[in-house]
Design a protein around this ligand. Sequence first.
Ligand SMILES: [Zn+2]
Length: 368
Amino acid sequence: MNNLLRILSLTILTSHLPTALAEDAYIKSFEAYAQDLKAKTGDTHLSQSVLNYAEEVAKAEKKAGYIGKTLTLPPAIEVAPGVYTLVGSLIWHNPSNYGLNNNLTFMVFEDGVFVFNAGPNPAVAHAFHQQIKKITDKPVKWVAVENSQGHAYLGASYWVDKGVKHLYSHSVANRDFHNAFEHIKKSWGDRVGHEITQTARDVSGQFTTFDEPLRIKVGENEEVQIMNFGPGHTPGSTVVYVPSRNIVLPGDLAYNERMLALFSYTDTFQWTQTFENFVNAMPKDVIVIPGHGHPTTLAQVKIDTYDYLKFLQNAVQDLINKGGTEADVKEIDQSAYKDRPVYEQTHLQNAAHIYKEITGGDLGQSYE
Ligand SMILES: [Zn+2]
């Protein structure tokens, strides 16, 4: 087939299909087949019927939210009556955990199901949805996401395709995800697999964004509060608090068990301040479903998040006061944390990040 024809047939196909669907490898295989047919037989009717079929598949795929094998995820655990969380892997996102290395939570209310975190891709969102359906007949009515990261947002198009109309995110997180969408999608696809990531679309335009706290009525006598206590791990983030169940979902504002990961956009000095604001606003006995790690208490996430940050900030400042360079951060004794998951991958980089924060160094560019 000559190049002009090739360009023409591609133009026809992409004008037929929404761009994100045309990127789907399965749909693309029909496109290649249609081109091949036209080249070999010169039969435009046959090749057009293949393209029409591809369009039907694309539509069916959109309706289903995800077509493919159902991934096997660990079962969700019940944290409080009607509150379930699927504790993600405590290590880096990779093909073995399908990108599920944060927590996905759902809460069953009188008027429907509230989901926190859309999942790292449509395949995980779909598998998570199957678990929800085993526990309740109620529809998923609300989805909120913790921050701008791939494992919070890339599954969102699945929920939109399943008819969820109420999606919530902090205004800054929604903007950051939208602006970096192509990079974030590529990065997560490269890390966990393009097959399960490729149908993720940027649906940030469908989100209700907030700056001031929102209160969502979820039943006769219950409400979910959606709020933000300031920047930190990410510039924008969402905390979901349910007073009637004594549950809070702080997202990556609070970690349990695992070492913290600091990215180019992480401001640790704001994070500690934001953490204080958060703790001060919560009842002391609230149950915390953290961004990473098992459900726990406020006291525990303070040790694993805030206390670690304070320790490292002070240690790096001491080093700088003594004239230490960035290379000297390896002298800081972080061995008290050595048994935590991802210690090897994070501890030196965490100290270097704080060194750069204090000295005004280049923090790089992360697309997580
Ligand atoms: Zn995260």
